[in-house]
Ligand binder design. Structure first.
Ligand code: ACM
Length: 671
């Protein structure tokens, strides 16, 4: 069967919706499969106790709608409050959670052929249990069912976040909402909303309307929208933590309010990417008066107890160049820019504390003397996490969870906030709250953001929810297929938008040659796209080959796995699978060229397509030599050069299958 699976994928038959306990993502803490099946029929009901906490009734109704959509059973669209416990799904919740860090998120789910019981201390736990149950929806020849069994579950870390940067590229409310749905499905519980940057100030301020009016090109969230999104997140058990990045990353503030800046204006909204010089002037009282008013307005708008002030990447150039700032530092014994930023942070801290908030910031704000009640978010390296936790600061891990780098899910998955062998003692470990995936916005549009977040962020969600012992990468990838499908069912567009983009780029529905190529192409990783000669700005369309290509391309991964399997255990079925794949790539190039004749946008992909064809041709030769056991010495140099050449990036993208050819080459020529 193992050999047949890649073949099924190749001909497009795999990816059915039948789920069982070993498909769940994130993996629950305790799973005990039982005997039998709970059959779903049109009489299926969700039954609540009358005194059910308020998130449950709408949560159960939304769940029923999703279940109804998947099964087409025409189920009642609202949960019942009479007849608890009944023959359907019974939900029993003790309390409404405050929606705060350290809320109880545990649940117990018992499925028997007769009834389902979902019990939780809080409504948050019950919402998680509903997600688990929906993942268990299965089907057989008799219809839909849930498999019998018992799950006891609770998160490993209380802070499981996703940062969305809406500044570098605008992301409207609908994008935020569908990603909140994805977060809820994956049991993530904090949206870190990055709201101000050099490239945009993205929220309405009623106290200082010039902030959003001048700093946003018209793309900002009204306070009405913000309240609506917070309510949407709350209903799904997700906290919303705003970030206003200060004192650097602040150019957009200064377009309307140049008086806050350390250098004279005028300022315009930044359109490039990188680290820029403008910074708040931390020496003037008027700046703190302004920030007091503004931050108080925002503290009132955002109910969460935590408030993020950024603090990263302030290069201090405008501070160095300003004689008044230099004089202030001398007078106040501030030895360097770190000390000055520390002074600034202490002033912000007072404003936030007055508003009942806990301050958090990037690891730069960890400076001697800053009080222990702030939270540090580690991004530059793991050391900051260890240092902060050891010194008694609460800390989050984001280093290693930068999903904008385009790395494979496996890498994020292996990145444990508390790895085996961590030198942290028991006390310090308690300070490690969890982590956050970071979706920075330089190279994402509302159309591509989903495919940059999902499904890879599922790996981070599992790392933060499941036991440390759950770490089998190939098992993660197996389950990621199903999770990706569920996310799509819930409205995420990581797959469908790619199809739409391909049809647009091709100007046609005949996109197969493009799809075949893109299946094994990935956008360049680790910000290499910024160094390929294209001067990226906020204005450039993100509709090209590297935007249609997705990170951690699943087809490429399956090919690599099929190659590994074959080389470990060479046999006829394995060779047939690889051969079919290689022939399809070899023959794709002519079709791709033909498509390009009427689709100029796709012409930049021709070198990649040609390299894929060349790889396929040498791959077929290598497979033959391997089967015959006779490497042809004269061909070695050409084959080696072809494979090396295929490593070259083109169109800010790369072929993601080269490694498999290298393996095959080594096996043939240097066994
Ligand atoms: C960051 O990536 N500058 C926090």
């Amino acid at each position: 069967m193992r050999k047949i699976i890649p073949l099924l994928f190749l001909i497009g038959l795999a990816g059915t919706a039948t789920a069982q306990f070993d498909e769940l993502l994130p993996v629950p803490q305790h799973v005990k499969p039982g005997k039998g099946r709970f059959r779903l029929g049109p009489n299926f009901r969700v039954v609540l106790r009358e005194s059910t906490p308020s998130r449950i009734r709408p949560g159960a109704n939304r769940w029923l709608t999703r279940l109804d959509g998947r099964t087409g059973l025409n189920l009642p669209d609202t949960a019942a409050t009479q007849g608890f416990p009944g023959d359907g799904l019974n939900i029993w919740v003790r309390t409404r959670a405050a929606l705060a860090l350290h809320d109880d998120e545990s649940y117990v789910l018992k499925i028997t052929p007769r009834r389902i019981m979902l019990e939780a201390e809080t409504d948050l736990g019950a919402l998680h249990g509903l997600e688990t149950l929906l993942q268990l929806l299965s089907a057989d020849a008799s219809g839909y069912y849930f498999p019998a069994g018992k799950i006891e579950d609770a998160p490993r870390f209380p802070w499981r976040g996703l940062l969305i940067d809406v500044c570098r590229h605008w992301q409207p409310a609908a994008v935020i909402k569908r990603n909140l749905d994805g977060m809820a499905a994956m049991k993530l519980n904090v949206l870190h909303w990055h709201l101000s940057e050099d490239q945009g100030f993205r929220i309405e301020s009623r106290r200082y309307p010039k902030l959003h009016e001048k700093g946003s090109n018209g793309h900002y969230f009204t306070q009405h929208e913000v309240r609506d999104i917070i309510a949407y997140a709350d209903a799904r058990g997700i906290r919303v933590v705003p970030e206003f990045d200060l004192p650097g990353h602040a150019t957009a503030w200064f377009v309307g309010h140049p008086e806050l800046a350390s250098a004279p204006g005028p300022y315009t909204i930044e359109t490039g990417f990188g680290v820029f010089d403008p910074a708040m002037d931390p020496t003037r009282e008027e700046v703190y008066t302004f920030l007091d008013t503004f931050l108080t307005e925002m503290c009132d708008l955002f109910p969460d107890a935590y408030f993020h002030i950024g603090g990263d990447e302030n290069n201090g150039k405008h501070w160095n160049a300003n004689p008044k700032i230099q004089a202030f530092m001398q007078e106040n014994d501030l030895a360097d820019n770190h000390a000055l930023q520390q002074y600034f942070n202490q002033r912000l801290l007072k404003i936030l504390e007055k508003n009942g908030k806990r301050m958090m910031g990037w690891d730069e704000i960890l400076q001697p003397g800053i009080p222990r009640n702030i939270v540090i978010q580690s991004w530059r390296g793991r050391e900051a996490l260890v240092q902060a936790a050891t010194q008694g600061y609460d800390v989050l891990l984001s280093n290693g969870y930068y999903i904008d780098l385009g790395k494979p899910a496996a890498e994020h998955y292996r990145n444990d906030p508390l790895p085996a062998g961590s030198q942290l003692d028991a006390e310090a470990r308690k300070h490690v709250l969890g982590g956050e995936a970071t979706m920075w916005g330089e190279l994402i549009s509302p159309e591509t953001i989903d495919s940059r977040i999902w499904p890879r962020t599922c790996a981070i969600a599992e790392r933060l929810w499941s036991a440390a012992s759950v770490k089998d990468v190939s098992d993660l990838y197996r389950r990621l297929e199903g999770a990706s499908l569920w996310l799509e069912m819930d409205g995420l567009r990581h797959r469908s938008n790619r199809e739409i983009m391909m049809r647009r780029a091709a100007g046609s529905t005949a996109i197969q040659p493009l799809a075949t190529l893109l299946d094994v192409v990935e956008p360049l990783k680790i910000y290499q796209r910024h160094h390929q000669g294209i001067p990226y700005s906020t204005a450039l369309p993100l509709t090209r080959i590297p935007d249609m290509a997705i990170p951690d391309a699943p087809v490429a991964r399956r090919f690599r796995t099929a190659m590994e399997d074959y080389l470990r255990e060479p046999d006829e079925p394995g060779r047939i699978v690889l051969t079919l794949w290689l022939r399809s790539w070899r023959d794709n190039h002519a079709a791709y060229l033909e498509l390009c004749e009427s689709a100029p946008l796709l012409r930049e992909g021709i070198p990649l397509s040609l390299r894929l064809k060349s790889l396929a041709v040498v791959g077929l030769e290598l497979l033959e030599m391997h089967a015959a056991g006779t490497p042809v010495a004269e061909k070695e140099t050409v084959i080696a050069r072809t494979i090396a050449n295929a490593r070259e990036p083109s169109a800010e993208s790369e072929l993601a299958v080269v490694e498999a050819f290298e393996m095959l080459y080594r096996t043939v020529y240097a066994p």
